[in-house]
Write a protein that binds this ligand. Sequence first.
Ligand SMILES: Nc1ncnc2c1ncn2[C@@H]1O[C@H](COP(=O)(O)OP(=O)(O)OP(=O)(O)O)[C@@H](O)[C@H]1O
Ligand SMILES: [Mg+2]
Length: 242
Amino acid sequence: MSMLDVMRRLQAAMPAGTQPKFKNAEELMAWQLEQGRIDSQRIAEQNRLTRLQKVLGRSGIQELHQSCTFDNYNAELPGQRHALEKSKAYANRFGSGFGGFIFSGGCGTGKNHLAAAIGNQLLSSGKSVLVVTVPDLMMRFRETYQDGAKTTEAKLMDDLCNVDLLVLDDIGVQRGNTNEGVVLFQIVDRRLASKKSVGMLTNLDAPALRELLGERIMDRMTMDSGMWINFDWASYRRKVKS
Ligand SMILES: Nc1ncnc2c1ncn2[C@@H]1O[C@H](COP(=O)(O)OP(=O)(O)OP(=O)(O)O)[C@@H](O)[C@H]1O
Ligand SMILES: [Mg+2]
């Protein structure tokens, strides 16, 4: 059946008065090609996420943080309000630049909560998100060298570099691991080169993080409206217990 026949059939099937979406066979052909491109992108994205989930044994956001939202983040202190507003703004403008975020502060201050709230908002608008701890990531890289590995090092790197938002958690807990700096450098460098942002959660302060990641990464993380937020208040975990 020719394109023209398809057009005629479509037109005949439309209720009277409906404006056809395509005025000629070329437009229909262009539309079909575009749909094909969108479909194959969607399939590639789905495969990548399935592969990542298989390697990690879970979805993009840990179960513990899947219920974290901006609404259930309790912002009593000025610093918490600042962190909340900045995080909301980041989620709302996501995609308009490649600036990332660094949440730095002590245990239980809500870094994961707000990162997950950003991630959950993006997931609900169809973006792909992965929050992963650096020690977990390093283990997954080591696993790629074993017999019967679920993925290759190159593929894992590709997959990490292609998700819309990657949040690297617990940066700096494995100090002295020289590989960590190299792997992180590669991930951040590649993502930023293709204008994909990175989030970082850490207990380290600015000088310590700068020492671990190097000048170049730090500068690029804070470029293009990237933001650094200090979580300098007491642990929420203690608050819940008392
Ligand atoms: N302001 C807040 N409002 C509501 N819940 C909070 C708030 N801050 C933290 N929480 C909750 O407290 C728990 C600990 O917070 P979270 O895991 O985000 O801490 P963290 O900063 O990532 O700590 P760590 O450095 O130990 O990983 C989580 O269950 C989180 O949802
Ligand atoms: Mg945390």
